[in-house]
Every structure is written in structure tokens, then in C-alpha cells.
Ligand binder design. Structure first.
Ligand code: RB5
Length: 156
């Protein structure tokens, strides 16, 4: 599994810690930045991961900012991305089983590195349940189509 990861300045330290977790799991990842605690704009980094996952270059994406909120909003603007904002292990497992999420976001000002590691491991190792959940995820794709290029909104 190939993982894309990015953070803003608020998530930089937690990103560095999550990278160690990915290494301990034997997973390859690409770090799209940011590379310091200097202030940056979270949309500039969230979009890099979301687009790379949407293009199929990476299987999963992990985004970290202060709250996780901004990053999750950015990622969910990209067609094909289903991003979950995660701060507990129950939701990490449930969103993989039910929503087949391909990107997850966390807030470094909300949780600590130990819980973040548990969430990341569970989210990366839980399979999608399929079945009735696949039909529901299909309905999300239908909604995306209604508001996407096919509907003449946002396209050129
Ligand atoms: C940066 O101060 C902060 O706004 C950002 O990290 C994130 O929490 C936005 O949603």
C-alpha cells in the first residue's frame, strides 16, 4: 500500500510522528510537506495529497492540521475523495468498513501521538465491508456527478 501524507504548520510535528508509525508498519509513503513549523496555508498541502490519491498514484492519504477540519474540507472537494476526520478508534474502523474512505484527517491540537498512531494503524488495516455499504458509497459518487463537471459547475 502506498500512502501520501501532508500537514500544515499546526500538524507538522504530528506528521513526523505518524511517519515513524508508517515505517514501523513497513509502509512506503511520500511526504508532500510542509517541512517545518513555519506558517503555511493548509489548502495548499491538502490538495496535493487529495489529488494524488484521486489520480490513483497513492492508495491512501493522511492529512494533519491543527484541528483536521480544514484539511478534511479541502480533501472532500476533490472528486473521488472520501475523507474522514478522525479522533477516535471506533470511527477509524467504522469509516473504513462503511464509507471506504481513502483519505483521513486528524487535528494535532486535538489528539496526542499515541492515539494518532492507533487511529492510523486501524484505518490503514481495516477492509471495506462492501455489500449494502458499496451501494451507499455509490450514491455519494452519484451526488458528486450531479455537482461536478457533468452538471456544468466548476468545469471549463
Ligand atoms: C492553522 O492555524 C489552523 O487554522 C489549521 O491548522 C487548521 O486547524 C485549519 O482547519
Amino acid at each position: 500500500m502506498k500512502v501520501a501524507i501532508a500537514a500544515d504548520h499546526g500538524g507538522y510535528t504530528l506528521k513526523e510522528s505518524v511517519k515513524k508509525k508508517l515505517e514501523s508498519l513497513g509502509l512506503s509513503y511520500h511526504d508532500f510537506g510542509t517541512y517545518s513549523e513555519e506558517s503555511v496555508d493548509y489548502p495548499d498541502y491538502g490538495i496535493l495529497v487529495a489529488e494524488a490519491v484521486a489520480r490513483g498514484e497513492y492508495d491512501r492519504g493522511i492529512l494533519i492540521c491543527g484541528t483536521g477540519l480544514g484539511m478534511s474540507i479541502v480533501a472532500n472537494k476533490v472528486p473521488g475523495i472520501r475523507c474522514a476526520l478522525l479522533h477516535d478508534t471506533f470511527s477509524a474502523k467504522a469509516t473504513r468498513e462503511h464509507n471506504d474512505t481513502n483519505v483521513m484527517a486528524m487535528g494535532a491540537r486535538v489528539i496526542g501521538p499515541g492515539l494518532a498512531d492507533d487511529i492510523v494503524e486501524l484505518w490503514l488495516t481495516t477492509e471495506f465491508s462492501g455489500g449494502r455499504h458499496a451501494a451507499r458509497v455509490g450514491k455519494i459518487a452519484d451526488i458528486e456527478k450531479r455537482f461536478g463537471r457533468d452538471a456544468g459547475i466548476g468545469g471549463c
